[in-house]
Design a protein around this ligand. Structure first.
Ligand SMILES: [Zn+2]
Ligand SMILES: [Zn+2]
Length: 394
């Protein structure tokens, strides 16, 4: 596209902003958690059909939705992805389009991501003369801990037609409208784990006849903190223990203790090595006849989200077509959050990026967080222009 066409495309997005802000508010009111995005999926499928798409629903036996836009000219296929799920959080906002589902909330802005990709589907559908090949729109369930991306990939979302590259984004509490990404790891891997300690319960006055699993748990935590303090400080990694359950009263030694934790790393080698070391610590801290410790890592840990050069170059160029140069940049360090978009980038090239919703705002996952509708045109433009650039590349 030339700069006149870029401006026309961006103007189309800006003109449709009120319609998609309304759509975002509709979706905000019906938040649903992982793999249960039934009303959400019906809403998306209904909208896509209304604007002329043939829609694949229940993709791979999930609530996932896939729609294909064909330019009618031979070429590659590029995918644009939105995540669909909300979180089990009670909304504290007093907005008129507040969550109508008690205890559930779009606290990560996936309502905004869906509205963005619907906006891209509508505007791109009116501009099929601008590109060759096909665009596959993927509405993916269960980003929040359910590895929905992995499930859809296993169900064939990157086949028929075969997807050559994929683009996606997440909103971020950074200056509004900033478009940022990173070459290499952008986001960390994430593995949750559960440690079970079997001790020997009994009367607190006879410790020699018992084995207190709380002490083993405390030793494990101490050793995990030591492990983190001894690793290469330039290679980011963290371990958090988020829950420690044991005992009920003061004068009883409990039988068991349970610790729940998360491991985040940037390098795959560090991820594997720390998993092994954590397992060894659990076993070593609970190796007496009266105590046994076991650790189970979640079956679907998220790998780190790694961008390759070409996808990053395309996103930066697309963003600079409409955003001031100082507001488009590469991050120096990876963000220690995680994303199941990583599963797509393990299979095919592409790029994941962030769009700022303004700093000093409640961060994603806070009960008073809210997506900012102002960024819809920017995010939709960067996704769309990146897709077109990839498809039209010689
Ligand atoms: Zn989230
Ligand atoms: Zn999210």
């Amino acid at each position: 596209m030339n700069s006149k066409e870029n401006n026309e495309l961006y103007s189309a997005f800006k003109a449709s902003q009120p319609e998609f802000a309304k759509i975002r508010h509709d979706l905000h009111q019906i938040p649903e958690i992982k793999f249960k995005e039934v009303k959400t999926a019906a809403y998306i499928a209904g909208y896509l059909r209304d604007i002329g798409y043939t829609v694949q629903t229940d993709f791979g036996g999930t609530t996932g939705i896939v729609a294909l836009l064909d330019s009618g000219k031979p070429g590659k296929t590029v995918a644009i992805r939105a995540d669909m799920d909300a979180l089990p959080i009670c909304e504290k906002n007093t907005i008129e389009y507040k969550s109508q589902h008690e205890g559930m909330m779009h606290a990560c802005g996936h309502d905004g991501h869906m509205a963005t990709v619907l906006m891209a589907a509508k505007v791109l559908g009116q501009n099929t003369d601008k590109f060759q090949g096909r665009v596959k729109f993927i509405f993916q369930p269960a980003e929040e801990g359910g590895a929905g991306a992995k499930v859809l990939i296993e169900a064939g979302v990157l086949e028929n037609p075969k997807v050559d590259a994929i683009f996606g984004y997440h909103n971020m509490p950074i200056p509004k409208g900033d478009v940022v990404t990173r070459l290499g790891p952008l986001l960390a891997s994430s593995d949750s784990f559960e440690i079970q300690i079997q001790g020997k319960g009994g009367h607190a006055a006879w410790p020699h006849l018992t084995h207190n699993p709380i002490i083993d748990g405390a030793n494990i935590i101490q050793n995990l903190l030591t492990l983190i303090s001894q690793k290469n400080p330039t290679d980011a990694a963290l371990i958090n223990i988020g829950a420690f359950h044991a005992g009920t009263v003061n004068n009883v030694v409990p039988d068991t203790a349970v610790l729940l934790g998360t491991l985040r790393t940037v390098s795959p080698t560090t991820r594997e090595s720390l998993k092994q070391k954590i397992t060894a610590i659990v076993e070593n801290c609970c190796n007496s006849v009266d105590s046994k410790g076991t650790i189970k890592f979640s079956e679907v840990g998220y790998p780190s989200t790694v961008n390759a050069q070409k996808g990053v170059d395309i996103v930066l160029k697309s963003a600079r077509e409409i955003v001031a140069p100082e507001k488009v940049y590469l991050l120096e360090h990876p963000v220690i959050g995680s994303e199941d978009f990583s599963f797509y980038l393990e299979k095919i090239p592409g790029c994941f990026f962030f769009v700022g919703i303004g700093h000093n705002k409640p961060s994603p996952h806070a009960p008073d967080y809210n997506f900012d509708d102002d960024i819809l045109p920017t995010a939709a433009y960067v996704l769309t222009s990146s897709a077109i650039a990839f498809l039209n590349e010689k």
